[in-house]
Design a protein around this ligand. Structure first.
Ligand code: BGC
Length: 349
């Protein structure tokens, strides 16, 4: 079968090649791939900035944003042929740590977790893949067009879940959210913000085209320029760019009791000057919180599915701005300004 592979640590080693079909040791459920979403992490993997091959192998099958149909599942698994499914990315560490022991692998304490398509486990970028039924999520059949957005949506569902938990440390009625970065992560975060009844603001450097249109269609306000020039102080910021100046401005901009959730991963070596005294005064005297959020557990996949089902399907499908066949996989790596989520289609049914 065909798979997209890389050699971790070796720049531009990505290729499509024939690999053996997955063995039962990789999971009890056999899945035929429908689609695979490509994200910033995949670009990092391809440029050898991140990623680990499975033990004993030099290559890693890429892909963690999956969508597929069950090809074969034992009876007692709760899955049947043709079920629409996505695979969970992370597996708990084997120790397990306090968090992994209660299935909160997204909060792993010792870093010994593994991740499909990223860290020591082959990903979902192959015509067939296997998954343990315990880490497989069944989707509403109506989501076949947009189900590939489940994994990024679960990451945002976690971010919102934790923002809400932090906010509820005291009486809290947030009114405004600022999302920095109008990529798939930012737009899914914005969509969830509107579902929570918040006034949604999205800031990105792109000045026209699909991104502003999608924000307006959501009922949100679109901004370009610098965060520090915005005319309001958001209750919540979800920072999706990873750009140092945007991060610093966002922290500076939050209102009293404000929360900045960092979900964008920065590249190394970005420098900015921060007055730590000022930062301290801002956070202490205004009860500010800055926190990071990564990955998701089964609870967040459930929340993500609900958010996708509640969303306007026409709007959601526009997030998938390009669908490429596996034979054109190299085109997926070329980014254009109007690209939001680019996916590889393995099969269309
Ligand atoms: C994935 C997460 C993963 C993270 C770090 C992200 O792109 O969506 O599931 O935990 O990368 O490896």
């Amino acid at each position: 079968m065909k798979a997209i592979t890389i050699i971790p640590g070796q720049k531009d080693s990505a290729c499509v090649k024939d690999v053996p079909e997955p063995g039962e040791s990789e999971g009890d459920v056999l899945v035929r791939a429908l689609a695979l979403g490509i994200c910033g992490t995949d670009f990092e993997l391809i440029s050898a900035e991140y990623g680990w091959a499975p033990p004993g192998s030099d290559h890693l099958i890429l892909g963690h944003e999956s969508l597929g149909r069950v090809e074969d599942a034992p009876e007692n698994t709760g899955f049947a042929k043709n079920d629409l499914v996505v695979g969970v990315v992370r597996r708990p560490d084997p120790v397990p740590c306090l968090a992994c022991a209660v299935d909160q692998w997204d909060m792993c304490r010792n870093g010994k977790y593994t991740e499909r398509g990223i860290k020591e486990r082959n990903g979902f970028g192959s015509e067939l893949w296997r998954n343990e039924s315990r880490f497989l999520v069944k989707l509403d059949p109506g989501l076949s067009d947009v189900g590939v957005l489940m994994e990024p949506a679960s990451v945002l569902a976690k971010a919102w879940d934790h923002i809400t938990r932090i906010g509820e440390r005291a009486e809290w009625k947030p009114r405004t959210v600022l999302i920095t970065g109008a990529g798939p992560i930012g737009l899914l975060g914005a969509m969830m913000g509107t579902q929570k009844g918040l006034e949604v603001h999205v800031l990105d450097r792109v000045t026209d085209g699909l991104k502003p249109r999608l924000v307006h269609e959501l009922g949100g306000e679109y901004h370009t320029g610098r965060v520090r020039d915005l005319k309001f102080n958001p209750d919540v910021v979800i920072e999706c760019t990873g750009v140092a100046q945007v991060i610093v401005d966002s922290i500076d901009k939050i209102g009293n009791d404000g929360i900045v959730c960092l979900v964008g991963v920065s590249s190394h070596g970005q420098k900015d000057t921060i007055d730590v005294g000022c930062l301290n005064r801002k956070l202490v005297l205004e009860n500010g919180v800055i926190f990071g959020s990564v990955n998701s557990n089964l609870h967040h996949y459930e929340l993500a599915q609900k958010a996708l089902l509640d969303a306007d399907r026409g709007w959601l499908s526009k997030l998938i701005s390009r669908r490429e066949r596996l034979s054109n996989w190299r085109d997926v790596l070329k980014r254009s300004p109007d690209d939001i989520k680019v996916i590889i289609e393995f099969s269309t049914n």
